[in-house]
Ligand binder design. Structure first.
Ligand code: SAH
Ligand code: SF4
Ligand code: F3S
Length: 477
């Protein structure tokens, strides 16, 4: 029986009929070559996974893809609302499309994703960017065929961004873009309402895909030759709540680990409040699960953690880290941190610096607090200047760099198994691979090695890059 929160098959079939109609319209309009779509996704991997479904639908409707907006017949920005900086980039890039539209009046400009789920953003687009043809929110992605049909035939702007109560669209076509790596969403939405965060407002309530749907997609991914699956959700540790099946996240990991094939499993994000010892043991025992845990702490100070509504204390977090390190030998830990939460003092910020030194993360994602309209924290007094927050930010970054430099120096001479992801971005004669702990290593090799696991001995390091050499097979281990 279909779950209440799965979009019914009749609705998906209705969309397929629209996709066929769009295909006919496009083939009449572009008789010699397929029209080109330029799709760009901002934000988290969950949004990237949505973008891959959008591209799947566009491909079904007869589009090919191009890698710059200049050549495109359809430009679609899949947006992120998590920080002001992300939103500013979108507004800037949409503004630039005005000129392309003047050169090519048939160009369709479409915007979707988290920003479009906010009424004040839709208003700004409506008023200041009249050349935008289509706007749709995060809950109607599966209705893209219908909405594009309306855009192509109606001659009017189409805006569709209803509030969602949390539905899941299964069986959408996917055009994967990650090469040897694939994204696999296992849940959507968030119920945690951390006071700084917009995600629960633009993504609605937490809901999980049924294990059978996740496993079906995992098999597809492995069958297509991908070597690394990253399971995605805002809080994967609470996977399964409300499902027909009572499988929890640790159980799901074990099931995926048991699938045949030569691949690795990663996942993100783990909320510390829901990280269980069972999960840590599962990471330790499952050979395909990478020994890497992204465990965002956000702050090392109890008052700030409480004001953020994170629902753990500094000590609880440190206890969890101790358990994780003891249970999973060699575990690589990474984290997200917010600097300058409203009302945070310099002394409170120092608690974050000391926690970072204590935990010794492999790497950190650090953000200066950005007020988000509609969230609780946006209403709090925020007396510390941006300039001062920038100084704190630099202080934290310097502390982490010291830790990373020590770790990197210690890696010289050691051998790591890496998944070769592609050529190095800075020097195309080298290959770039990632260790189990999610650290990039560059080494000389041939393109046939892309997509394989390779043993690499670290030879030297620079500030940003670790260099190594491939270890011949007969020498390794
Ligand atoms: N669900 C994940 C995080 C998703 S958002 C978790 O709970 O860990 C990714 C990161 O963006 C967050 O971890 C946080 O560090 C940062 N972030 C979210 N909202 C922010 C805001 N308003 N200002 C600055 N950083 C923010
Ligand atoms: Fe945002 Fe908190 Fe949910 Fe993460 S857990 S998405 S930070 S509300
Ligand atoms: Fe951004 Fe939406 Fe992800 S706000 S971080 S794209 S869930």
């Amino acid at each position: 029986m279909a779950k209440l929160h799965n979009i019914p098959p009749e609705e998906l079939e209705r969309q397929r009929q629209y996709a066929l109609k769009v295909r006919e319209i496009l083939s009449a309009k572009y008789p010699t070559a397929k029209p080109l779509a330029y799709v760009h996704t901002y934000g988290c991997q969950g949004n990237v996974a949505d973008g891959e479904r959008i591209e799947g639908l566009l491909s079904e409707m007869g589009y090919d893809f191009c890698d710059s907006p200049e050549k495109a017949d359809l430009v679609l920005y899949n947006t992120c609302a998590v920080r002001e900086h992300a939103e500013d980039r979108v507004f800037g890039n949409v503004g630039k499309l005005k000129n392309y539209k003047q050169d090519n009046p048939d160009l369709i400009v479409a915007l979707c994703g988290c920003m479009m789920q906010q009424a004040h953003v839709r208003e700004r687009i409506y008023k200041s960017y009249p050349f935008v043809n289509l706007v749709f929110g995060t809950h109607v992605l599966h209705r893209l065929p219908e909405l594009l049909y309306q855009t192509l035939t109606g001659g009017k702007r189409v805006v569709c961004a209803p509030d969602g109560f949390g539905e899941i669209a299964e069986h959408l076509p996917v055009r994967r873009s990650g090469g040897v790596k694939a994204w696999l969403p296992i849940m959507y939405g968030c119920d945690n309402f951390c006071t700084y965060c917009i995600v629960p407002y633009v993504r609605a309530r937490e809901r999980s895909r049924e294990p059978e749907d996740v496993l079906r997609e995992a098999r597809e991914i492995i069958g297509a030759g991908c070597r690394e699956i990253t399971l995605l959700g805002q809080n994967v540790n609470s996977y399964g709540k409300g499902n027909k099946s009572d499988l929890n996240f640790a159980g799901l990991l074990r099931e995926i680990n048991a699938l045949p094939g030569d691949f690795k499993i990663r996942f993100m994000t783990s909320h510390p409040k829901d990280c269980t010892h069972e999960l840590l043991e599962t990471i330790a025992r499952c050979d395909k699960v990478s020994k890497h845990l992204h465990l965002p702490v956000q702050s090392g100070n109890d008052r700030v953690l409480r004001a953020m509504n994170r629902r753990y204390t500094r000590q609880q977090y440190l206890d969890l880290v101790a358990d994780a390190k003891a249970t999973v030998p060699g575990l690589s830990l990474t984290s997200d941190i917010i600097v300058g939460f409203p009302g945070e003092t310099y002394e409170e910020f120092q608690d974050t610096v000391s926690l970072v030194r204590e935990v010794e993360y492999t790497s950190l994602f650090t953000f200066i607090y950005s007020p988000r309209k509609g969230t609780a924290a946006a209403e709090l007094p925020d007396p510390v200047s941006h300039k001062e927050k920038t100084q704190w930010f630099a202080e934290l970054t310097a502390a982490q760099e010291e830790i990373a430099a020590k770790r990197i120096a210690e890696s010289v001479g050691k051998t790591y198994t890496v998944l070769v992801e592609g050529r190095s971005k800075t020097d195309a004669s080298r290959l770039a691979g990632r260790t189990d702990g999610n650290v990039m290593i560059e080494f000389a090799g041939s393109p046939e090695q892309i997509g394989t696991y390779c043993d690499v001995r670290v030879t030297e390091t620079s500030k940003w890059t670790i260099f190594g050499e491939a270890v011949p097979e007969n020498e390794s281990k």
